[in-house]
Ligand binder design. Sequence first.
Ligand SMILES: Nc1ncnc2c1ncn2[C@@H]1O[C@H](COP(=O)(O)OP(=O)(O)OP(=O)(O)O)[C@@H](O)[C@H]1O
Length: 197
Amino acid sequence: MQLKGENIGFRYDNGPWILQDMNFSIESGEVVGIMGSSGCGKTTLGRILAGYEDPQVGKVTLNGEALPKRTYNPVQLVFQHPEKAVNGRWHMKNTLQEGWDPQDEILEALGIEKAWLKRWPNELSGGELQRFCVARALGSKTKFLIADEMTTMLDAITQAQIWHVVRDVARKQDIGLVVISHEEHLIKRLCDRVVKL
Ligand SMILES: Nc1ncnc2c1ncn2[C@@H]1O[C@H](COP(=O)(O)OP(=O)(O)OP(=O)(O)O)[C@@H](O)[C@H]1O
């Protein structure tokens, strides 16, 4: 399976072009890094690849087809701010089960405690909340995962724990990973190849 962005051109409203004639592709099971200076458009590209933004020029396809808009999105996005990615009025159990019902094995590997399932998002730390966002994104229908500064706010041990689980699940389910990060050592350690914006 292939996720592809072809000749992407994008700008916000009538502002300057953030991306021009950008080409990007990733195959199932691949781990591809995206690096570039602050403000160059990495997050914007990630959002376009996951179908959150439509480019004004070019297109994004999954095996040659447009991304589905009404069913489960096979291109999942986990970004830096988990508190913005969950519904504050849902218990964590409901948030977790929004896309699928993760097995206990994954929850344990990510260090998600059973008692946290009954809490509200504001009763968890940012790092605890991010573990839920990661678990939620790893459903069996996920084909590509875009990790946009996914572990930037976490300490080194938690960061390693989360990446260990994500890579393990990605390998088993043949998920392609797009890793957007400022951290060169992380990109070098994880990725098969790197795209510089
Ligand atoms: N909603 C928006 N409306 C207008 N401009 C925006 C919007 N979101 C981002 N931008 C602008 O688009 C440009 C690219 O932003 P983006 O967040 O994609 O960059 P980035 O490479 O991910 O940056 P960083 O590494 O600092 O997170 C920036 O100049 C930013 O100010």
